[in-house]
Design a protein around this ligand. Structure first.
Ligand code: NAD
Ligand code: TYD
Length: 339
């Protein structure tokens, strides 16, 4: 089979490329990525050594190029990871999120319609469900929870999900959607909570915790997410949505303190800063459907995964040092100086 992985030079897409190369030696994996600030060919350095793998630089919102590629590559499966993915950036500049996340998804769906595929899989997020209150630990997102978005990022992802469902119903595109909780692990871009805190702590720099640090996220080790998507594209039912999460809820403050403990650094590095606008309080996934229907269960507990992740950042300094010494410096100054 030929699988197009869009956004494969990013965090989860890159891990998914490696997952597929490792587990499906007969498949051809083609990464289609625009290489935005978040895309990094160094993430794919090992993949380039495989004859199964090919990389194409392209923008999923560029219709002409996407059609040409589909005509030439004749993919069986398309897995769409490509997205603008950072909530804080979406609050600063929403428009790019609409172009990539909504128009880009629609162009891919049109290409699937025109050239025919056996499966289109949309990698979505639990953020399309909005948030849950902190004082109701009994509540979880299920696949039937109403969409109710808070940020331009989550609104753009929800719009894309609705388009996928519309194309599935109207044009009979064989599509599936997965909505996963927060991921962490190797190749996570330094702007996100966990890598940002690891890297700042390593430099004895202040750790900027938004608000009081009481917001809750449900953390999933990235390889477990990749395993779930792999199951869905091969065994999932067309037209279905699958929630993915492993019941690893932690407050942001807990996560930051855990990282400091692993690195042997002082909690004095923590600095509470102005809260994110519209900050979602709690995300929590009910993964019953994917567990019962496809037999998926997460393999990595948070306490183990966070140690593996810290170790990865210690062992791969060159990967992230190059990122943080580039245009990321301006981003960091804009978002955090005088916050
Ligand atoms: P990321 O920002 O690390 O990577 C995004 C990748 O998409 C980059 O390689 C970038 O170059 C590429 N890209 C961006 N715009 C593009 C365009 N127009 N055309 C082609 N490529 C483009 O993101 P991530 O954290 O790996 O997230 C991947 C997907 O998973 C996203 O769709 C995101 O919404 C979803 N998701 C992420 C999480 C999480 O915790 N990170 C959780 C659930 C779902
Ligand atoms: P993030 O990694 O941006 O993921 P998401 O917004 O998609 O959940 O943020 C995770 C949580 O950490 C979120 O509640 C915001 C918080 N946060 C901080 O407190 N400080 C930071 O510097 C960042 C980047 C995030």
């Amino acid at each position: 089979m030929t699988i197009i992985v869009t956004g494969g030079a990013g965090f989860i897409g890159g891990n998914f490329v490696y997952y597929e190369l490792k587990h499906h030696a007969d498949d051809k994996i083609i990464c289609l990525d625009k290489l935005t600030y978040a895309g990094n060919l160094e993430t794919l350095a090992e993949a380039f050594k495989s004859p199964q793998f090919k990389f194409v630089r392209a923008d999923i919102a560029d219709r002409e190029t996407v059609y040409k590629l589909f005509e030439e590559l004749k993919p069986d499966i398309v897995v769409n990871f490509a997205a603008e993915s950072h909530v804080d950036r979406s609050i600063e500049d929403p428009e790019l999120f609409l172009r990539t996340n909504i128009i880009g998804t629609s162009v891919l769906l049109d290409a699937c319609r025109k050239f025919g595929i056996t499966r289109f899989h949309q990698v979505s997020t639990d953020e399309v469900y909005g948030d849950l209150p902190l004082d109701r630990p009994d509540l979880f997102f299920t696949e039937t929870t109403n969409l109710h978005t808070s940020s331009p990022y989550s609104a753009s992802k929800a719009a894309a999900d609705l388009l996928v469902q519309a194309y599935q119903r109207t044009y009979k595109i064989p599509a599936t959607i997965s909505r996963c909780s927060n991921n962490y692990g190797p190749f996570h871009f330094p702007e996100k909570l966990i890598p940002l805190m690891i890297i700042n702590a390593l430099h004895d720099k202040k750790l900027p915790v938004y608000g009081k640090g009481i917001n809750v996220r449900d953390w999933l080790y990235v390889e477990d997410h990749c395993a779930a998507i792999d199951l869905i594209i091969r065994r999932g039912t067309v037209g279905e949505v699958y929630n993915i999460g492993g019941h690893n809820e932690r407050t942001n403050l807990d996560v930051v303190k855990t990282i400091l403990r692993i690195l042997g650094k002082s909690e004095d590095l923590i600095e509470f800063v102005t809260d994110r606008k519209g900050h979602d309080q709690r995300y929590a996934i009910d993964p019953t459907k994917i567990s019962t229907e496809l037999g998926w269960t997460p393999q990595t507990r948070f306490d183990d995964g966070i140690k593996l992740t810290v170790a990865w950042y210690l062992e791969h300094r060159a990967w992230w040092e190059k990122i943080i010494s580039g245009e990321y410096k301006d981003y960091y100054a804009k978002m955090y100086d005088n916050r």
